[in-house]
Structure formats: C-alpha cells, structure tokens
Write a protein that binds this ligand. Structure first.
Ligand code: FAD
Length: 293
C-alpha cells in the first residue's frame, strides 16, 4: 500500500517545528528518521495530514555530558551512538541495547528520540531508558520545557506522555562512575533484527568484595511498556549475586508482567522466556562488572 496524501514541512529550526505543531494539532506528526512512521503510513495505520520534518535539526543532535548525566539530543541517529566509543563508558547499556536494534540501514536513519517516542513495547532503547531511569525533556511552543522520568513516560503500547503539541527534544541518562560497573542486554527474536519476543537488560556496580553496590534491571516485550523492578533491585544491595539468587529474583520479577498471547507465542512462554533472559543478564552484568577496573 501507499501512504494517504499528506503535506510536508521541513523545519528550519525547533521553534518553527513547535509553532507548526501547535497550529495544526493532532493532524500533524513529527518525522525524525522515518523508520517506524513511514511503514505505519504506508500501511495506513497512521494518516497524518502534515509531516513536520525535524531530522535535519542540528540543535536536536547534540550529545553532551556533565560527569553525572549524558544528554542525547532526540534526533541523534542510532548509528552515531553506535560508533561513539566514549559512550562505552558513559552509556554502556544504551550501546549494548543498540546491538539488537533493527539493521544497519535502519540505524543509519533511526533516531534515539524516534524510538523512545514510538514506544514499541519490544523496542530495545525504551527498555534501556526504563532500566536506567532516563529523563525525557519535552517542549512545546506554548508551555516551554517539562521533564518526565521514564517510569511516567512509557504509558502503554506505542503510547507515551508526549502531548500532541510537544516534541521530545533531549534525553538524559545517568552516568554510573567508579570502578566495577557492568552491563548486559539480551533478547530472543524470530530473526536477527526483528523486534524481540522478550528482552532483558541490567546494569550493576559491585564493591571490591563483589557485593552489589547498586543494580537496576528490567524486561521488554512482556507488558504494554518496558518494565524495571526497583523494589527487587534494592533488595540485592549488599548481597553476593549468585546464579541461584539471580534466577529467584528473575522469577519474582516476571510475576509482575502481564504479556498477551499472539499467533507466535503464548503469554506463559513469554513470561518464562523473560525470566530466563533476566537471570542471564543479571549474571552476565556481574561478570562484566568484575572484569572492569
Ligand atoms: C526493518 C525494520 C526493523 C526494525 N527493527 C527494530 C528493532 O529490532 N528494534 C527497534 O527498537 N526498532 C526497530 N525498528 C524501528 C527503528 O528503530 C526506528 O528507528 C524507531 O522505532 C523510530 O525512530 P525514527 O527516528 O525512525 O522515528 P520516526 O519513524 O520518524 O517516528 C516514529 C514516531 O515517533 C514520533 N517522533 C519521532 N521523533 C519525535 C520527537 N523528537 N518528539 C516527538 N515525537 C517524535 C513520530 O511522530 C512517530 O510517531 C525497525 C524498523 C525497520 C524498518
């Protein structure tokens, strides 16, 4: 199928994009990399009357850090993150998540902000954002900027806290400094590059004795939105994370998940897969941390 007829504006700057968005309202859609929106339009699941193109706005492509936080402009291309070696230290989970996102062709065009805004429940970058407690900065012409934490941003399948007059302009991820920080990300999909049936991510920091100093973890594909488990994570602080404890925690975590069944996978299979993947990333992140000085 082909997309329904639409108008197109290439924004010269953010103010112009926000002004047009406010003027036209829900009939308009921002387009960034187009890797999700264009297929949705071609299948006529989306029929915007106007596309506002923000993907050339350099002001939305800056990556900066202040020692505690790394900020990604929303239109930073996934490929630019993938090839930024400094991010192995400052945003290792984002880097590892990207290894699983689509194909090099889609990552060449797709943006971090587009993936977070699209909010597919199986997408990898939303899971990394949820696990790391990222902060999304949303801007509109009339209301200015407001900031929303990931746990209040992802509201359901393809449903976020972004209002129809708002643009996601930047995303902050906390930087975990110090020694012995480790990360792991894994998933199972039908084919490499497909969206995950279930995915899991973990970031951990341990002390010199190998005891957990801080840890965060979560799963994707098993709920309407990616899930993190801060209460269970807190219970691991000060403990040795053995494989057995990792499996127990993972089993406990997936009790909170409520996946649907589809033609490929039953809900029970997704939950059991998520538990296996979560236990695996807990152990892998620990091993990774022990190897990092
Ligand atoms: C073959 C194929 C395989 C893929 N596989 C995967 C995969 O395995 N994992 C995965 O996560 N993704 C996958 N994707 C999707 C890809 O990662 C997209 O890049 C991403 O989902 C959307 O990013 P985008 O920049 O292309 O956004 P667009 O497609 O331009 O926009 C997506 C939606 O977000 C909105 N939007 C975009 N930017 C903003 C903003 N700054 N503020 C507010 N709203 C905004 C748009 O209005 C639109 O509704 C795949 C895509 C293809 C075509």
């Amino acid at each position: 199928m082909k997309a329904a007829i639409f108008d197109y504006v290439r924004a010269e700057n953010l103010d112009q994009a926000l002004g047009v968005l406010e003027e036209v309202g829900s009939d308009a859609k921002l387009i960034a990399g187009g890797q999700s929106l264009v297929p949705m339009m071609a299948m006529r699941f989306a029929r915007p009357s106007l596309l506002i193109d923000i993907n050339r706005l350099d002001e939305l492509k800056q990556v900066s850090e202040d020692g505690e936080t790394i900020r990604f402009g929303a239109c930073t291309r996934q490929r630019d993150i993938e090839f930024n070696a400094a991010l192995n230290i400052t945003a290792p989970l984002v880097k590892k998540a990207l290894n699983w996102v689509g194909h090099s062709q889609t990552r060449n065009r797709g943006t971090i902000g587009g993936s977070l805004s699209f909010a597919d429940p199986s997408a990898e970058l939303p899971l990394a954002a949820q696990v790391m407690g990222a902060t999304m900065h949303l801007q509109s012409a009339s209301q200015g900027v407001r900031s929303v934490n990931a746990n209040e941003f992802f509201l359901g399948p393809m449903y976020t806290a972004i209002a129809e007059t708002e643009c996601l302009v930047a995303i902050d991820f906390p930087i975990w400094s110090g020694a012995k920080v480790g990360t792991a990300f894994t998933e199972v999909s039908m084919r490499k590059g497909d969206f995950a049936i279930a995915s899991a991510a973990c970031q951990i920091q341990v002390d010199a004795k190998g005891l957990v100093k801080r840890i965060t973890f979560g799963v994707g594909g098993v709920n309407g939105a990616p899930m993190a488990f801060p209460r269970l994570a807190e219970q691991l602080v000060g403990k040795v994370l053995t494989p057995q404890l990792a499996q127990e925690v993972a089993n406990e975590a997936v009790k909170e998940c409520d996946p649907g069944s589809d033609t490929h996978n039953t809900a029970q299979f997704r939950k059991s897969l998520a538990a296996t993947l979560l236990a695996r990333v807990l152990v892998e992140a620990l091993e990774n941390a022990m190897g990092n000085q």
